[in-house]
Design a protein around this ligand. Structure first.
Ligand code: SF4
Length: 155
C-alpha cells in the first residue's frame, strides 16, 4: 500500500471558517482520503502536539502576533509544501480591517491590542514565509480545494 501523505491544518487570526469548510468536505471525501492522507494536525479534531516534519501544511488566517510569526516559521520549516487557505492567509482580509481604522478608532482599540499582545498591523502569511500554493475564498472554494487536494495526492 502506498505511503500516506502527512498533512497538517493550522489556524491563525481568523474565524476558522476555512477549517469548517474542510470538515464539511470530509462528509464527501473522508473514506477516499483516509486511505491516502494522515492528518497530523487539526485542532478541531485532534489533540494538539509538537510540530514535526509533514508533506503539506494548510494554513488559514492572517498573522497578528509575534508568537504567530514564530509558529508560522516553524510550520514552514517542517512542511515540504505550504498552502495558504482562504483570503485571510492569502491577503489578510478580513482580519486586517483594523489596519485601516482611522486614528480615533485606532485609539479606541489600542488597549485591547496591547492586552492581546497584537502587533501593529495584521498581515497575510506570505509577508513572513514562502507559500507554495493558495486556495482562495472566504471561506475557501470547496470544489477548488478538492481539485487541489486530489492533484497533490496524485502528484
Ligand atoms: S478566509 Fe474567511 S472564512 Fe476563512 S478563516 Fe479567514 S475569515 Fe474565516
Amino acid at each position: 500500500m502506498a505511503k500516506k501523505i502527512k498533512v497538517g491544518f493550522f489556524s491563525f487570526t481568523c474565524c476558522e471558517g476555512c477549517m469548517i469548510s474542510f470538515i464539511e468536505i470530509l462528509n464527501e471525501k473522508y473514506f477516499d482520503w483516509t486511505k491516502k492522507i494522515d492528518i497530523q494536525y487539526l485542532r478541531a479534531l485532534k489533540k494538539v502536539k509538537p510540530i514535526r516534519p509533514m508533506d503539506i501544511a494548510f494554513v488559514e488566517g492572517a498573522i497578528s502576533t509575534q508568537s504567530e510569526i514564530r509558529k508560522l516559521k516553524l510550520i514552514r520549516k517542517n512542511a515540504t509544501k505550504l498552502v495558504a487557505l482562504g483570503s485571510g492567509a492569502i491577503n489578510g482580509w478580513p482580519s486586517n480591517l483594523r489596519n485601516d481604522f482611522n486614528d480615533v478608532k485606532k485609539k479606541e482599540i489600542a488597549e485591547l491590542i496591547k492586552k492581546l499582545n497584537q502587533i501593529e498591523t495584521v498581515s497575510p502569511i506570505k509577508k513572513f514565509v514562502k507559500i507554495d500554493d493558495e486556495i482562495p475564498g472566504c471561506p475557501i472554494d470547496q470544489k477548488l480545494f478538492i481539485k487541489k487536494m486530489e492533484g497533490y495526492l496524485n502528484a
